[in-house]
Design a protein around this ligand. Sequence first.
Ligand SMILES: [Mn+2]
Length: 195
Amino acid sequence: MRTSTVNRKTSETDISLTINIDGSGKSEIRTGNGFFDHMLVLLARHARFDLNVNCIGDIGVDFHHSAEDIGICLGQAFKNALGDKRGVTRYAHTVLPMDEALILAAVDISGRSHLTCELSLPSPRVGSFDTELCEEFLGAFVSNAAVTLHVRQLSGKNTHHIIEGVFKALARCLRAACTVDQAAADDIPSTKGML
Ligand SMILES: [Mn+2]
């Protein structure tokens, strides 16, 4: 089983996070923000990761530090859990519909961090979630996971639908990219010999 736990405490947040890449989609998520809990629950479900997240953050300021630091912890745990990435499929992409929203996502478990995030979010808030934090979270995740991620909104009018589509598309991509390619299960999928 590819698993990892990260505990990270700063003056702004105190986070414990456990991931099992080879899980079944179970999660226990307490981030301090209801909408973001919803996003991480469905990320775990659609990636089929088991994911526990507990964050005590300075949400009296706002949710910024919590969203960013959860992204850091998730990225670190994801990278640790994958180890030398032997056998992974590495590349994945999806075009995911969420009602009127349509989201393209593409992932490369490359060992290099890159995010292109092209979203046009009509509303600055969903519930108590500042929607600009979606990109903050993704940036923190890719930086620490050493993953390349492209996210592009092909259509969408409802901000809840668009962000939910992003998380579901990311989940489907991570699930596929992490899956062991049985024809090459002993190989590291790079001509360099490492990822
Ligand atoms: Mn929803």
